[in-house]
Each structure stands twice: as structure tokens, then as C-alpha cells.
Design a protein around this ligand. Sequence first.
Ligand SMILES: Cc1cc2nc3c(=O)[nH]c(=O)nc-3n(C[C@H](O)[C@H](O)[C@H](O)COP(=O)(O)O)c2cc1C
Ligand code: SF4
Length: 308
Amino acid sequence: MEKAVTTTIDEALCNGCGLCMTVCPSDTITMEGKKAVVTGTESLNCGHCMAVCPTGAIQVTSLNPALSTFETFEADPTWLPHGDGNIRDLVNLMQSRRSCRNYQAKAVPKDILEDLVKIGISAPSGTNSQQWTFTLLPDRLAVLQLAQWVAGFFRKMNRTAENAFLRKGLALLGKSELEHYFQNHYESIRDGLDLWEKEGKDLLFHGAAAAIVVGSKKEASCPAEDALLATQNILLSAHVLGLGTCLIGFAVEAMKRDRRILRWMGIPGDENTYAVIALGYPNEKYQRVTGRKRALVRYFSQDLKCSV
Ligand SMILES: Cc1cc2nc3c(=O)[nH]c(=O)nc-3n(C[C@H](O)[C@H](O)[C@H](O)COP(=O)(O)O)c2cc1C
Ligand code: SF4
């Protein structure tokens, strides 16, 4: 993991307030007399010191300001204090994002795809490793190509699952995965593949005009969490930018089990894939937000009973 210190402090600007030392998670900075000094040998390079400094004395040179500049809108560079912001709008956005399964045949501009990646990477990441990766499928042709590979994987899965002898034999050995697949997915996948082959109906990507494959380098400390947190940022902001999205778990499964798909896409062997986001201009509109089925919530407390 890259931990080299890239913090620089302009001694002349430092007023000695000590705030940078207070927020630094890796003891990179200490106070010497009335000045902040870089004394640590490692840094998360999170930029907290740079963000907190009242005089602008600190630079963290490994942080790239271009990644906070967007092509399709102007971002606000000021920091939003805790308690500010509009919770009503934020929750409304979260509840209005729905998985979109009807898309217009309209291309998604490359600028928007790239802005979505930049928005994605404002998510937290384990040890600030930021080892996420984004493979952009910028047009319908690329989406269809991935769909073909995924369809090929499931065609093969279905052929294997048709073998009752193999299914039962594996189940007897305690490996009931194939039987589970047969019981739960075989039929719907067979029907989906039929519709795809005979009528060109795309039940996998739902006709999406673009897609983003979100992965992580295997060496990241929390690769799955990092990729999925970035993914949620993308889903929410895509809605605000006018796009519908849908996570395609079937594609993730195929890419996980048949690594040739990754190779075909030019994704190197030191990466795993955690999300495939179908996206495009929606051809559907809702009237209201709904709710969720349930949440299992408990308190770890002697006294409190949960009311959710
Ligand atoms: C990990 C994951 C995988 C999913 N895979 C698919 C998929 O392959 N195809 C699809 O149409 N929807 C897929 N979805 C969407 C869910 O069906 C959807 O999120 C859920 O029904 C709730 O609806 P909402 O997203 O509109 O709130 C997936 C969602 C998640 C979180
Ligand atoms: S936050 Fe800025 S002004 Fe305050 S001690 Fe650190 S470098 Fe100096």
C-alpha cells in the first residue's frame, strides 16, 4: 500500500493552531514550538490536514485537484458543515433512485461517464487505498458485447445444470451449489436466453446504452466495500444527472466465475469485479416513492427496545 508522505507545510503561513495534528489519522504531523512539522514517515494521504488548515499552509501533493473538477457541472469546493445540507432532498434522492429496466436508445455522453467515476471516488476506502477500478462501456455495442459473453457463460451453466446425475452427485458430496442454481435460476435463465436469441430481447442489460464495471485491485484492504461504496455514489448521482441505472448481478457472477470475460475486456488479473452498473436515459417515470419490506434492527443494550 502506498504510504509515502506527500504532505508539505509552508512554515511562513502556519499560525501554530495545531488543527492539522488533531485531524491527522496517521501521526504524520507534530507541533514543534509554534509550527506544524512533518515528522511521521507514513501517511494515508487523506488530505484532512489540507482541508482543515485555516491559512492554506498545507499541500498534499499526491492528491489530484483535477479529480474534483467536473465536465458536466460546477462543483462547490467549500466544505459542508455537519448539520447543514438538506436531509429532505437527500432522502428523496435515495428513495427516488430505482433500478431502471427501460431505457431510451440514446447515447450517454462520455463526459457524464467520466464525471460519474470522479463522483464515485469521493467514497471512503479502507486505509484510503483507493484501489478501485472503473471500466467504462461507453456505447450500446460494448454493452452488447459484454452481454454476449455473460449469455455464453449462463448458456454453459444451464447445460451443466441439466445433468441431474452431476447435480445430485455433487449435492451428495455436500456441494449443493449446482442443485441450488437449477432450482432457483435454471428456468428463468433458459427463458431469458431464448428471448435473447429468438427475439433479441435484452433481459440482462434491459437495453442500457452504457455500463460501468466497478472493480478493485486484489491488494486493497477492503476491495469489495470500496468498490460498492463508489458504486452507490454513482447510482445516486446518475439519477440527478438524468440517468437511470441498474446493478447487473448476473454479469458480476459471470465475470467472477469465468475470468476469460475480464481478459476479453482488458481487465488485468490483479483485479476483481464487484459491480456492473447498466445505465442510460430512462424510458420510465414514477409517481411516488414507496417503502422497503423490512429491516432487522436490534439494540445491543439492556434498556432499549427497538421501534423500527
Ligand atoms: C447486488 C445486486 C445485484 C442486482 N442484480 C440485478 C440484475 O442482475 N438484474 C436486475 O434487473 N436487477 C438487479 N438488481 C436490482 C434489484 O433487483 C433491485 O435493487 C431491488 O429489486 C430493489 O429495487 P430498487 O433498486 O428499484 O429500489 C440487483 C441489485 C443488487 C443490490
Ligand atoms: S492547521 Fe495549518 S496553520 Fe494550523 S498548525 Fe497545521 S499547518 Fe499550521
